[in-house]
Design a protein around this ligand. Structure first.
Ligand code: NAP
Length: 256
């Protein structure tokens, strides 16, 4: 598995182990019992796929979007080439809902990575997930709230999905074999960004004025048109509110 150290990988590894899989984890960093592999250079990829039946490909330049060409596109090509040569039975790639509708450089690379896999000789399945609560809670909202106020566009809707639910779907895809389909997988509810922001402020005990504005640009317009959401079934079951309760229960309790 690539990306085993990430937010999603940390949920997928235990799920697959529960299903009885022997999971080989890769990382760019040396870790006992893991294979050291780097998609940007190709280092370690042959060893990573040697003797495995399937690859769950989660690694991505999520922390440095400008490297997505090297990591997501060229890196997926390197991985897929290694998988072809090793005669793998299945590669499952995790991608993002709406990448074909939202004009954003990182999303273009995710779409190109999908096409690399689809054009390969390796049997494949692609699962496009919506955003994880951790992305919003740990990256976007702390960054956005640095300004002292939180600006949200009330027209933007999101459908946050818990990585444990995505992990469950990945387990099912592995069990079902290559689907040769691009499947969308979202969370249990569609919410406005406004609702997300206000419940996050409540749960974290932060106090920031919230300014609701219709924000400009094609990317945000696509998000207002629902590009980050899906009507596809099945969906995850764990809600954003449940995530907040699990993560911030001590903050809420101490203020009670
Ligand atoms: N976050 C979201 O809301 C979201 C939503 C939908 C889909 N997705 C997709 O789900 C997947 C997992 O996302 P995540 O949020 O779990 O990511 P994450 O926590 O940011 O982790 C990124 C992973 O990518 C690996 N990685 C980065 N550069 C690499 C390279 N050059 N070579 C090998 N591995 C590399 C990292 O491994 P090391 O640092 O250990 O090398 C790490 O495990 C990604 O494909 C992402 O696009 C994410």
């Amino acid at each position: 598995m690539t990306g085993a150290s990430g937010v999603l990988g940390s949920a997928v590894v235990p799920r697959l182990e529960e299903d009885g899989h022997d999971v080989r984890r890769t990382s760019r960093h040396p870790r006992a019992g893991w294979v050291k592999a780097d998609l940007a250079t190709g280092q370690g990829l042959v060893e990573a796929v040697d003797g495995v039946e399937a690859v769950v490909h989660l690694a991505s330049a999520t922390k440095q979007y400008r490297k997505a060409g090297e990591v997501d596109v060229a890196g997926t090509r390197r991985l897929v080439t290694a998988a072809e040569r090793a005669g793998l039975a299945h590669v499952v790639l995790v991608s993002i809902v709406g990448i074909d509708r939202i004009p954003f450089g990182y999303y273009r690379s995710k779409l190109a990575a999908e096409k690399v896999l689809q054009a390969s000789q390796v049997p494949w399945s692609i699962l496009r997930a919506t955003q994880f609560p951790q992305l919003v809670d740990e990256r976007f909202l702390p960054l956005a709230s640095r300004l002292g106020v939180l600006v949200t566009d009330p027209g933007i809707t999101v459908q946050l999905v818990d990585p444990r639910d995505v992990a469950g779907r990945i387990g099912e895809l592995l069990a079902g074999g290559p689907s040769y389909r691009v499947e969308n997988f979202g969370g249990p509810e569609v919410q406005t960004l406004d609702e997300i922001v206000r419940s996050w402020l409540r749960a974290t005990g932060r106090h920031r004025p919230v300014i609701s504005l219709r924000l400009p640009g094609k990317m945000l317009r696509a998000m207002r048109e629902g590009a980050l959401t899906t009507t596809d079934q099945p969906t995850g079951i764990r809600t954003w509110e449940a995530y907040l309760a699990e993560r911030y229960a001590p903050v809420q309790d101490s203020q009670a």
